[in-house]
Design a protein around this ligand. Structure first.
Ligand code: SF4
Ligand code: FES
Length: 117
């Protein structure tokens, strides 16, 4: 049986497999965590920075897709600080994004639009 660790996410105590990625725990628990470049089957890329979370004791927000869970970790995905960081990253993504929705394969129905809304 795999070793488990206890952590707190958004004030709720949870267990996760030791060494697993925080983003997988968030996705398994259906906790909203915007992300573009991570896919479980493909692994982490750490490029888009959308999956930022706040971790108690860490000076800066961390990307959940490159953060292994740890025993006693306290995580927030909804604090005012993390929402502001997320808005800034999304703003940056939009500024650097071509406005090609009519010709794009996603035809305006993509994660970028979803997260912006
Ligand atoms: S549909 Fe989405 S991915 Fe495609 S151009 Fe528009 S915003 Fe970008
Ligand atoms: S999902 Fe892109 S950096 Fe984490």
């Amino acid at each position: 049986m795999s070793e488990m660790v206890k952590l707190i996410i958004n004030d709720q105590e949870m267990e996760a497999e030791k060494g697993s990625l925080l983003i997988d725990k968030l996705l398994d628990e259906e906790i909203h965590i915007p992300h573009f470049c991570y896919h479980k089957a493909l692994g982490k890329d750490g490029n888009c920075r959308m999956c930022m979370v706040e971790i108690a004791g860490q000076k800066r927000p961390q990307i959940a897709c490159d953060t292994p869970v740890k025993d006693g970790m306290v995580v927030s995905t909804t604090s005012d600080n993390i929402m502001a960081v997320r808005r800034d990253i999304l703003e940056l993504q939009l500024i650097n994004h071509p406005i090609d929705c009519p010709t794009c394969d996603q035809a305006g129905e993509c994660k970028l639009q979803d997260f912006y809304m």
